[in-house]
Design a binder for this molecule. Structure first.
Ligand SMILES: CC(C)(COP(=O)(O)OP(=O)(O)OC[C@H]1O[C@@H](n2cnc3c(N)ncnc32)[C@H](O)[C@@H]1OP(=O)(O)O)[C@@H](O)C(=O)NCCC(=O)NCCS
Length: 397
């Protein structure tokens, strides 16, 4: 029996620190708390760019010129014409369905709605990416309206991508400042190198499956509470706590019983996540404007108490991640708790599709892209010398 050689040091550690591929899209420096997209620090983009422009950057490896950005936005507008069957199917789903399940189920429907499903050229894949970026927010907002007994709203092409999402979700026009804050939050969530959902997308597309198959896997991976699902869990924690006085006892109890403080800790960052710093400032600014600063004070109280308590237990690297302050920010924007993870997908679809295209065309590897196929160590039974022999069911003791 031939067994592949296994390097024991990389087993059962969730591939931490294992470099599985080259990428030109983004990089995370976990020691120094630095995130870059296509060479640009996240702070530069969050301060100066828009989600649309950042999506272009992720997909094209360069910032657009004015005309290129206008064409890109026009493609978004056109993509918002969705064939009627998509919402006809979604309307038939149980109203209690979890929004991430609805989103994951809708991705293949979007594939069926694609007007060039068999075209696997780079141009067609870029068009599919733009259609997905435009349509995923429509599904998220549309589902929330449907489950609440309303009809999905038509898009308003005069609004930004973020502004249009808020309009299609709430049915009221957002004030420009709130739309800009959501736009910034979308920039911050748009990509994060080889996180679990992006890796899932890349693994699926390495089989030469199409973009929609890969994105459906990405949505599934994002839904988990250790990944994108954490923001919804943070909101539950804030709802459960309410008062700042509850925090010290609650944090200790949580840690003593081996439970996690959601929105804290990271597989790569061993210092504060740069996105969390940005979202914390946004939280206080929004909170002040809306008279809801208590959410940010409560979050800060949890942050400070938990960091001190972790340190007391010898864990000095667990700090807030992107989900910690995005939850109160989204809450103040009127986003229901169970739509917070779908909203993560509304942004991350830009990164997923960029990675799918990079993987599909071997853009960073400089050689033929390989099918992902890691090895595992078999630790199961052998009942004979080298293998089990089959005993018919009526002869088994
Ligand atoms: C994201 C996460 C899975 C990364 O953790 P990891 O790489 O598996 O583990 P780390 O090496 O960072 O953690 C080491 C220790 O800290 C603990 N730890 C990490 N994050 C923690 C948290 N948020 N609350 C309590 N304990 C935590 C782990 O349980 C582990 O404890 P142990 O050594 O006693 O078993 C983890 O921090 C976590 O579960 N966080 C909460 C969920 C979350 O916010 N996810 C979103 C990530 S963007």
């Amino acid at each position: 029996m031939i067994m592949a050689e296994t390097n024991n040091s990389v087993k059962n550690i969730g591939l931490r620190g294992v470099k599985v591929a080259d990428t030109r899209i983004s990089d995370v420096d976990g020691t120094n708390g630095i995130l870059i997209y296509r060479g640009f620090p996240i702070e530069e983009l969050a301060e100066h760019s828009t989600f649309e422009e950042t999506a272009y950057l992720l997909l094209h490896d360069a910032l657009p010129k004015e005309e290129q950005l206008e064409d890109f936005k026009k493609m978004f507008t056109e993509a918002r014409e969705l064939p009627a069957f998509v919402f006809d199917v979604i309307r038939r789903l149980p109203k209690t369905s979890r929004p991430m399940d609805v989103l994951q189920a809708s991705v293949p429907l979007l594939g069926m709605a694609d007007r060039e499903p068999e075209d696997e050229s780079r141009g067609a894949n870029l068009s599919k990416a733009i259609r997905l970026i435009a349509r995923i927010p429509m599904i998220v907002a549309g589902w929330d309206r449907i489950r609440n007994g309303h009809e999905p709203l038509p898009a308003d092409e005069n609004l930004s991508h973020a502004g249009n999402f808020l309009w299609q979700l709430r049915g009221t026009y957002p004030d420009p400042e709130t739309a800009k804050d959501l736009d910034t939050a979308l920039i911050l969530h748009a990509d994060h190198s080889f996180n679990a959902s992006t890796f899932a997308c890349r693994a699926v597309v390495s089989t030469r499956a199409h973009m929609y198959a890969a994105v459906a896997a990405g949505v599934g991976a994002l839904s988990g509470r250790l990944h994108g699902g954490a923001n919804a869990e943070v909101m539950k924690m804030l709802d459960e706590l309410r008062g700042e006085d509850d925090v010290p006892g609650w944090v200790r109890k949580q840690l003593d019983s081996g439970r996690k403080i959601m929105g804290m800790g990271h597989a790569v960052y061993k210092t504060t996540d740069p996105r969390a710093r940005f979202l914390k400032n946004m939280c206080f600014r929004l909170g002040k404007k809306l008279g809801e600063e208590h959410w940010c004070r409560l979050s800060t109280q949890i942050e400070e108490t938990a960091v001190a308590e972790f340190a007391r237990r010898g864990k000095t690297t667990i700090k807030p991640n992107v989900d910690f302050f995005s939850a109160p920010v989204y809450h103040m924007m009127g986003i229901p708790g169970d739509l917070m993870t779908p909203l993560f997908a509304v942004s991350r679809i830009a990164g997923w599709t960029a990675h799918i295209i990079e993987e599909k065309f071997g853009d960073a590897q400089g050689e033929k892209p390989a099918l992902y196929r890691p090895s595992s160590e078999y630790t199961g039974h052998y009942c004979g010398k080298e293998a089990c022999t089959y005993t018919p069911i009526d002869q088994r003791k």
